[in-house]
Design a protein around this ligand. Structure first.
Ligand SMILES: [Ca+2]
Ligand SMILES: [Ca+2]
Ligand SMILES: [Ca+2]
Ligand SMILES: [Ca+2]
Length: 415
């Protein structure tokens, strides 16, 4: 269509017949892709990655964790801080809070491990030096936005779970002694623990109000059920065992557990009766968006996003079409999601990790909603053929603004 043959907006809307205000629920977020650069000292990110609510990415290289700020492109290298303290054996980050507090461990010259924390204000500090500290044999595995720590004291016969906070110091958590793996800690000081029996796993929740209770409702309580993360509403995600279907064999399925509704297993990540499925949920944000990975059960590895209202969506189908014009980009293992809905994905050594940022197709001005301003901008550019940009209304990245673009916008109108 030549650029001068544009329809007035009211003609188009009349022709399409449906006022946008009563459109169906939209298609949900798509994701823009940023390739995360390699840390300046070299050594690719290893598979631990996290991100703050502000979109700052934490990664782990061969020696020390880094923070990368996508807005400025700057790296903050934690080894700079640590070297000043004479610690040159490196460090491994184990958890980061929403606001960017880190905890991790470093090897000591006595062939043991020492735990450290890091905050923007205080830099690296030794957990053994904290007032009323949990001791030198404490391995911190999780931290929340209030600075509460959770971890394991190794000396006490292997694994006593302990927590520490500034007001009360260190306390041991009375849990079944098998539950000695710290999975995650939220801002209400709810602590998720796993038990690893070698031939099985179980998972449980400790809260200051109710103490420790195993999570229940799993199809096979004494099988491989484990948690990966908890959000600030107490939603817990992980992997649960159940029979595969026709296969007389076990599969691992992603699960979401909520305080109100208990256990929900996401069987719709993969067909139940084909190949054995191994899939898990790895993280959940405070908006209830769950991310996870499907390692087996589909023709190739895939990753997914789940929300209660829309169910499972494969991430490969939700990538900015300008990124996938020449074929799929190979999104890797999803590792973390923040409260803005951004996701970090890791693709293996020597490949760029990805930062995926959600957007709604049709939100031309980036206001977070598809509304009249977006519709009128698209209609102004309607009919352009060649060189059209997203901001001008080319939503499917084929350089024009036509009915296909308009249909996408209208489907998301009001989202
Ligand atoms: Ca955490
Ligand atoms: Ca908008
Ligand atoms: Ca187009
Ligand atoms: Ca087109």
């Amino acid at each position: 269509m030549p650029a001068n043959a544009r329809f007035p907006a009211f003609v188009l809307l009349a022709a399409l017949g449906a006022p946008p205000a009563i459109a169906q629920p939209g298609e949900g977020p798509f994701y823009r892709v940023v390739r995360i650069p390699e840390p300046p000292i070299g050594g690719a990110f290893t598979s631990w990655m996290s991100l703050t609510t502000d979109g700052e990415v934490a990664g782990q290289d061969a020696r020390w964790p880094y923070l990368w700020n996508p807005a400025t492109g700057e790296f903050l290298n934690l080894s700079d801080v640590a070297d000043q303290q004479g610690l040159d054996g490196g460090g491994i980050a184990l958890d980061m809070s929403n606001s960017g507090r880190l905890v991790g461990i470093s090897p000591t010259q006595q062939n043991t491990w020492t735990s450290w924390g890091w905050t923007r204000d205080d830099g690296i500090f030794w957990i053994a030096d904290l007032p009323d500290s949990p001791g030198t044999d404490f391995i911190a595995g999780a931290i929340n936005d209030h600075g509460m720590l959770a971890g394991i004291r190794l000396g006490s016969g292997g694994g006593q779970v302990s927590i520490w906070d500034e007001s009360r110091g260190a306390r041991d958590i009375p849990a079944d002694s098998a539950f000695s793996e710290v999975a995650d800690l939220n801002n209400d000081n709810w602590l998720v623990l796993n038990a690893n029996y070698g031939d099985g796993m179980a998972t449980g929740l400790w809260t200051p109000e109710s103490g420790f209770n195993p999570l229940t409702g799993f199809p096979y309580e004494d099988s491989f059920n484990y948690s990966n993360a908890i959000n600030n509403s107490g939603w817990i995600v992980g992997g649960a065992r159940d029979y595969c279907g026709y296969w007389y064999d076990f599969c691992t399925w992603p699960f979401v557990w909520t305080p109100a509704d208990g256990l929900l297993i996401l069987y719709d990540v993969a067909p139940r009766y084909d190949d054995p499925v191994y899939a898990e949920a790895v993280d959940v944000n405070d908006a209830g968006v769950v991310i996870g990975n499907i390692y087996r059960g589909l023709p190739s590895f895939q990753s997914f996003v789940w929300e209660a209202a829309s169910g499972v969506r494969l991430v490969r189908d939700r990538i900015d079409p300008c990124e996938t014009r020449n074929g799929p980009i190979g999104v890797g293992v999803l590792l973390a999601i923040n409260n803005a809905g951004q996701i970090v994905s890791w693709r293996g050594l020597y490949q760029r990790a990805l930062l995926l940022s959600p957007y709604i197709r049709g939100d031309l001005d980036g206001s977070g909603q598809v509304e009249l301003a977006d519709l009128s901008a698209l209609l102004r550019g309607f009919g352009s053929d060649g060189g059209a940009t997203y901001a001008a209304g080319d939503l499917d990245c084929d350089a024009d603004v036509d009915l296909q673009d308009l249909a996408i916008l209208l489907a998301n109108f009001g989202e």
